[in-house]
Ligand binder design. Structure first.
Ligand code: SPQ
Length: 438
């Protein structure tokens, strides 16, 4: 069987109960390797996500001469930082796999190096738009060559003198913001970005954790080039994007009562909680605390009947990765759910609007895609065979739909679940989802 031929089979029904802990946050794990590598001193990371995406970032820095120990079985990583100017020219192309975060953030970092680098990706990443970073980075003085369509591979020519710019971002994207801020570390003067709406702020928080001054005024973030990063300790919380499958699963499956431990609840990521609550979900945040500059809680979720809503557009960037599974919640809700202002979903690992609509329709749900969103009428989920289009979040979303299906759901092309959530099948089946992989 080819790697991508992995099929999930989900028997209909069941409920989710008990206590679980999902793996570490993907966004924070990537950034811990990047900043830890460029810091002075030794950075200790715990809870690192050993998903394929973050392992690509880790390997890229090893390929540039950084000594990184681990990850151990429980996610301990020790990074012997080389300082902002200590990376070495890799002898191979940097393979970013399926990971948009790696490719876009590294575009900024690589623009400031003294050497040339080529960054490649898998077939999905090779279709994703990179002009959103290469265009503003070019304004800073970077030299990056992409395909004519603006897609990977990216060839970054080193030895350029970068200058700080102000950039008004045309779309709400943490990857674009982060890419420019990371290039800004190497630029002369101030780099500032204004975002049209708040996006995840892990880069800003982590830069501060490494002792770098970052000024935030409203939606504008600024930093001065030429500083240095000082090693620190990072405790990576569990990923709210991975938790989202269980938040929705326990909300839609009668009899569910589940606690998800140590979940990152950074306010730039909690749109999924707000949207589910607007739909009538029963979510409780317990034991709220702060861990290494990021807020964390245990989340208790119990079954509750959901109702369809018009999703407030302000919540879209705060829940951007959770929409595939929120569409499953909408399919189980009474009435209509309307999403607008989410055209970014069309340029993720798959076109998440179209692919989810196709799969939901195959399951017997009335789902109508629109250019920037979708309209879903709650209904009865039937059995179906759907494809994830090699998109991890689609594969896991249809797995969760099985909890409310009347017949078995088969999901094809599920191997990419390992990019963000290794161990999903074991953890989900332990909590009550009747899922097998093979
Ligand atoms: O890394 P990648 O492939 O882009 O991953 C995704 C995901 O669903 O896991 C998006 F497809 O998450 C992005 C997220 O959508 C991770 C991210 C980050 O860590 O900065 C930011 C978001 O992307 P964007 O394009 O809105 O900046």
């Amino acid at each position: 069987m080819s790697h991508s031929a992995l099929r999930f089979t989900v028997q209909a029904g069941g409920s989710l109960t008990g206590r679980i802990r999902v793996p570490g946050d993907k966004s924070i794990s990537h950034r811990s390797i990047m900043l830890g590598s460029l810091a002075e001193g030794t950075t200790q990371v715990s809870g690192f996500l050993q998903g394929e995406d973050c392992l690509c970032t880790l390997q890229a820095f090893r390929n540039m001469g950084v000594h990184i120990e681990g990850p151990s079985a429980n996610g301990e990583v020790t990074i012997h930082g080389v300082g902002l100017h200590g990376l070495k020219k890799p002898t191979v192309d940097l393979d970013m796999g399926n990971s948009g975060t790696s490719m876009r953030l590294m575009s900024g970092l690589m623009s400031g190096q003294a050497f040339d680098v080529t960054m490649t990706g898998d077939s999905s990443l090779s279709k994703r738009p990179m002009k959103r970073v290469t265009v503003p980075l070019a304004q800073m003085g970077a030299k990056i060559v992409a395909t004519e369509a603006g897609t990977p591979p990216l060839h970054v020519q080193g030895g350029q003198k970068l200058k700080g710019i102000h950039y008004d971002m045309p779309m709400a994207s943490a990857q674009v913001k982060s890419s420019l801020l990371l290039a800004g570390l190497y630029a002369q003067g101030e780099t500032s970005v204004t975002e049209p709406a708040p996006t995840r702020d892990h880069t800003e928080r982590m830069l501060r954790g490494f002792g770098y001054e970052v000024i935030v005024e409203g939606n504008t973030i600024r930093l001065q080039g030429g500083g240095k990063l000082m090693a620190c300790t990072i405790d990576v919380p569990s990923d709210i994007s991975s938790s989202a499958f269980f938040l929705v699963g326990a909300s839609i499956a009668p009899g569910s009562d589940l606690i998800i431990e140590h979940v990152g609840i950074n306010p730039t990521r909690t749109g999924v909680i707000d949207i589910l609550r607007l739909m009538g979900a029963n979510l409780e945040l317990l034991n709220q605390r702060e861990v290494g500059g990021e807020p964390v809680a245990d989340i208790r979720v119990r079954y509750a009947p959901l109702k369809g809503i018009r999703i407030p557009e302000a919540l879209v960037p705060l829940a951007i990765d959770e929409f595939p599974v929120l569409f499953v919640a909408a399919a189980c809700a009474e009435g209509e759910t309307i999403l607008t202002g989410a055209e970014e979903l069309r340029v993720k690992e798959s076109d998440r609007i179209q692919v989810m609509a196709d799969g939901l329709i195959a399951c017997g749900i009335d789902a109508r895609p629109t250019p920037d969103g979708i309209i879903i009428q709650g209904g009865k989920i039937g059995g179906a065979t759907v494809t994830s289009h090699n998109d991890h979040r689609i594969a896991m979303s249809f797995s969760i739909a099985g909890l409310r299906a009347s017949e078995t759901i088969y999901i094809d092309d599920c191997a990419t679940v390992n990019t963000s959530f290794p161990g999903f099948v074991q953890l989900a089946s332990g909590a009550g989802l009747q899922i097998t992989a093979g």
